[in-house]
Design a protein around this ligand. Structure first.
Ligand code: 6LW
Length: 513
């Protein structure tokens, strides 16, 4: 029997949104300050998901200057209406809420239309039967009590026209972070499904309904319809929330949502991933994961024709799974005949340099892909650059990273294995610049100017490799998002640092299980 296996999209793929068009399903997820932004996936059986493109694939669509990694693009929604795909999201760093459209979800996607009179995050679009469009999103916390607003959306003018109404404040009294709204119409009711409790261990999916699209919405007495907040911090699937529903042709329903696999204790190295559960919505309210009420590792797949596909080689630097950090300035990333040439505009592998995206644009010299497995090995061949330093990095954010890199010195090539972590609290006591502590775990010399550098992990036992040999080991718990802070998950990839530094990389290999 074919099975739906969780996580459906392993690795850092948070805030999933899904839609069905005929026999085809499409899904998008958040991407923060990685470029291209908002990956698009396609499936016909809900089991096999192939990445077919990105919604934000041009520099003009994705301004990210001067951002930290957890800035940029927050939760997207994908919908199809009248022959067009719409992806609506927030660039929290530039311009706020906007949408892009495409005839083909693989792209190209349009330029962004920034939406006026639409504060907050997590926008979504809903079309009523009469063709009228509505938008919901979170309130701007400085403007209202936390809640979810709804308003009439004028797509042509790019604005929420008229009044925005506070639709719902969430199920709990003083609910924390009511967000991620989506509207569905069923049996004459408008259902408003949201997330609340914050995106960590108190996360939950709750629902309300109304006879009128603009509300007032009344919460379901059986809320929350899904959470793992009561299962404790040892339960292997955590953070469950932020869902979107899809109805199959046969009338059955499924929910995709974010959740996190804990790794070696309460550590969230891979960040928030995409999971799926069946939903029984034969009654008035949805019953999520019937029979157990929690997210399971697998479920029988729906009865749809199996649709496997041949996965393109993910080790190829031009595969869709690769991203830069920040929108790359022209010429900073070049791929030719299997060789990646990466240029850096700044020195960032040193204690006081934090990899924000440099202005006017560019990237700090990182090109990577998601860590998708608890146990993995990644290796790459690096030509030691004339200037600066280059290597392989496992990166959670600008503070918390592990790398093995090489640089030329007067005495030949110097290779080092380094652990970098944040000291100080980013979001609260010290909103400006927390310190980054850089620890050199190992340092050695090499006769070679071309080196095979690697990082391997078995759970939290991380090893740094030079020429296939382990040179240093460390516990990787500091790479968890619960420790590092922020909304992203680990990436592994090529890095180069130093003003004008340029390095060539070949033969990247990632294997995981
Ligand atoms: C997203 C919000 C959330 O906008 O985290 O889990 C924020 N939910 O809905 C960033 O992913």
């Amino acid at each position: 029997m074919s099975m739906l296996r969780n996580p459906l999209l392993p690795g850092f793929y948070p805030d999933p949104s899904i839609c069905r068009v005929g026999d085809d399903f499409f899904m998008v997820t958040s991407s923060f300050s990685y470029f291209p932004g908002v990956p698009v996936f396609h499936s016909r059986d809900l089991v096999h998901w192939e990445q077919i493109g990105h919604c934000l694939h041009r520099e003009e669509q994705l301004p990210l200057d001067w951002q930290y990694i957890s800035g940029g693009i927050y939760a997207p929604t994908i919908r199809f209406h009248d022959g067009l795909f719409y992806m609506v999201t927030t660039n929290v760093s530039h311009g706020g809420n906007f949408y892009v459209t495409a005839k083909d979800p693989a792209g190209p996607w349009s330029d962004p239309v920034y939406i006026k009179n639409a504060p907050g995050i997590d926008p979504t679009i809903f079309w009523d039967d009469d063709g009228a469009a509505y938008m919901t999103g979170t309130t701007d916390w400085s403007e209202h009590a936390p809640g979810v607003w709804i308003g009439r959306l004028d797509l042509e003018q790019g604005c929420v026209a008229g009044e925005r109404v506070l639709a719902w404040k969430g199920a709990l009294v003083n609910a924390w972070a009511p967000e991620a709204p989506h509207i569905y119409k069923k049996d004459g009711w408008y259902y408003l499904m949201i997330a609340e409790g914050g995106t960590e261990e108190y996360h939950a999916v709750t629902i309300a309904r109304s006879r009128n699209v603009m509300g007032p919405y009344t919460g379901y007495a059986g809320n929350p319809i899904l959470t793992h907040r009561h299962l404790g911090l040892n339960y292997p699937i955590c953070n469950v929330g932020h869902g979107d529903l899809v109805q199959l042709k046969d009338g059955s329903w499924y929910m995709v949502m974010l959740a996190t696999r804990l790794m070696g204790g309460y550590h969230k190295n891979m960040g928030r991933e995409t999971f799926i559960v069946p939903v029984d919505w034969s009654g008035e309210w949805p019953v999520v994961s019937p029979g157990t009420g929690r997210v399971e590792w697998e479920y029988p797949a729906p009865e749809l024709p199996a649709c496997p596909f041949v996965q393109p080689d993910q080790n190829d630097f031009s595969a869709l799974c690769w991203n830069t950090l920040g929108t790359p300035a022209k010429g900073t990333v070049a791929i030719d005949g299997g060789v990646l040439t990466l240029r850096s505009t700044q020195e960032w592998l040193v204690p006081d340099a934090l990899p924000r995206m440099p202005a006017p644009n560019g990237c700090p010299g990182f090109y990577g892909r998601r860590q998708q497995h608890m146990d993995f090995t990644a290796e790459v061949t690096v030509c030691v650059p004339e200037r600066g330093e280059a290597g392989l990095m496992l990166l959670q954010n600008g503070f918390n990273a592990l790398w093995v890199s090489a640089a030329r010195t007067e005495d030949g090539v110097c290779v080092r294995a380094v652990r970098s972590e944040k000291r100080g609290v980013f979001y609260e006591e010290n909103p400006c610049e927390p310190a980054r502590e850089v620890t050199v775990l190992w340092e050695g010399r090499s006769e070679d100017e071309t080196l095979r550098l690697g990082i391997a992990a078995q759970g939290q036992a991380h090893r740094l490799l030079v020429g296939g040999r382990t040179v240093a080991q460390t516990h990787g718990g500091f790479l968890g998002s619960e420790t590092a802070g922020g909304f992203v998950g680990a990436y592994v990839g090529c890095c180069v640092s130093g003003e004008g530094a340029e390095a060539a990389f070949t033969d990247f290999r990632y294997t995981g299980r």
